[in-house]
Design a protein around this ligand. Structure first.
Ligand code: 5AD
Ligand code: SF4
Length: 447
């Protein structure tokens, strides 16, 4: 099938919204296109093919897609041969593909999260038969191994270890658009990591919506801590990270593995969502405020240097001022290194969409600002503590804002911009931290 597609040096433009999972899917789409002879461009007006990989976790993400699609009409009029493809989580929602075609009839290809590996086939059909292709698969398929991946970085790589989610938090659309949990075989994961190491990659981030339930669907069963230990023993891997952990599933053996495995970095992303136990119950999170705080205590005991980061939602239906203050107090107590803060967004198809006690927008925004202030305080304090320290940095490249400086991260995940030697890109170096700002650190390489 792939061979039939024209092998001309055509350009493609891809825009990705949403989480790391979507980023990874885009790297696969890009990998398949490069295999077909396409070249990537950052300029959509000169592209022969435009792909939008969409997100639907909050309404804002959807609005951005509509805005961007509207702008493509002009390009299509100018270049009728332009092919426009839309994919990703948003397309998995009921009637979405139908509505998109009605509003934007110039779109050529629509597909979902479960069949993106078939993209070359769809592209071929559009080119050969001069037709549009709309294919959304309701159910997840088996895991497709061996797709080419065109990675953004040459130093650090994301490796998906499991797909889907079984948790059905009442606010979240992800389980409906990404399907049920399924894990990749450990051998396939190890093979991919070994290949990455042979290409010079140093840091591996293991990805999944809930990495702590890795392996439950496999035969023989394997736990996430077993997987961490197996990857820790691969020669050439310098750093291992993982996300996302669900507090209800982050067991002590995982904390032990983080403490014991020398390559596993001291960084844990542990979304709390709310500090109110009654709200957590309404969110179907399956842990209490006390349970969460105990887990944080355990992490701090066993991995004292761990950076702990989180996701928090404000304005979930029924959130009282007292509930919200519990969230603020929890954030003050944990002292997060950083947090992704979100205003609750109603998602059709989720249980919380129908909850009656929705919070007015002005109160949501007011709470959001108060939360951001508390998070910024602890981030600044945590960053300040790095001043004067010497840290191991994996050099990722030159700094975005100042290309005379290098950029990289500490083991704990802090971004550091520093004076150093460009020949060290891709290497681990020692950096003396001279100054902390709110969101990053500055330093000088120790030669
Ligand atoms: N509204 C706001 N935030 C949400 N998240 C997921 N669903 C919603 C929603 N409906 C947030 C959660 C999750 C992160 C990826 O996105 O905090 O951890
Ligand atoms: Fe969504 Fe909850 Fe699954 Fe995370 S664990 S993807 S918040 S349903």
């Amino acid at each position: 099938m792939i061979n039939n597609v024209e092998k001309a040096a055509k350009n493609f433009f891809i825009e990705t919204w949403g989480c790391q999972m979507n980023e990874e899917d885009s790297e696969k789409l890009s990998g398949m296109l490069k295999r077909l002879g396409y070249k990537r461009t950052e300029d959509r007006s000169s592209a022969d093919l435009i792909i939008f990989n969409t997100c639907c976790v909050r309404e804002n993400a959807e609005l951005k897609v509509y805005g961007n699609l509207g702008m493509l009409k002009k390009l299509k009029i100018k270049n009728p041969n332009l092919i426009i493809a839309i994919c990703g989580c948003m397309m998995q929602q009921k009637d979405m593909a139908k509505n998109i075609i009605k509003r934007f009839p110039f779109v050529d290809i629509i597909f979902g999260t479960h069949n993106s590996y078939k993209f070359p086939e769809y592209l071929n059909r559009v080119q050969q038969e001069n037709t549009s292709v709309i294919e959304i698969q309701d159910k997840e398929s088996g895991i497709v191994e061996g797709l080419p991946i065109d990675r953004e970085s040459t130093v650090k790589a994301f490796v998906t270890i499991m797909y889907g989610c079984n948790n059905f938090c009442t606010y979240c659309i992800v389980p409906y658009v990404r399907g049920r949990e399924r894990s990749r075989k450990p051998e396939d994961i190890e093979k991919e990591i070994k290949e990455l190491i042979s290409k010079g990659y140093k840091e591996i981030t293991l990805l999944g919506q809930n990495v702590n339930s890795y392996g439950k669907t496999l035969e023989p069963k394997i736990s996430f801590s077993d997987l961490l230990r197996r990857i820790n023993s691969i020669d050439g891997v310098e750093r291992i990270r993982f996300m996302t952990s669900h507090p209800k599933d982050l067991t002590e053996d995982v904390v032990d593995a983080v403490a014991e495995c020398s390559k596993v970095c001291e960084q844990i992303h542990l979304p709390v969502q709310s500090g109110s136990t009654s709200l957590l119950k309404k969110m179907n999170r399956n842990y209490s405020k006390e349970g969460y705080l105990n887990l944080v205590k355990k992490i701090r005991e066993k991995v004292p240097d761990a950076a702990i980061t989180t996701d928090i939602i404000v304005g979930f239906p029924g959130e009282t001022e007292e509930d919200f203050e519990e969230t603020l107090n929890l954030a003050r107590e944990v002292q997060y290194d950083s947090a992704f803060t979100f205003i609750y967004s109603k998602r059709k198809g989720t249980p919380a969409y129908d909850f009656e006690d929705q919070i007015p927008e002005d109160i949501k925004h007011e709470r959001f600002n108060r939360l951001v202030e508390v998070i910024n305080e602890s981030s600044a304090r945590k960053n300040k503590a790095y001043e004067g320290r010497t840290e191991e940095i994996l050099v990722e490249g030159t700094s975005k804002n100042d290309n005379t400086k290098l950029t990289g991260r500490t083991r704990s995940g802090k971004l550091v911009n520093f004076e150093g030697n460009k020949k060290d890109i891709g290497k681990l170096v020692k950096v003396h931290i001279t100054k902390a700002t709110s969101f990053s650190l500055l330093g000088e390489e120790i030669q």
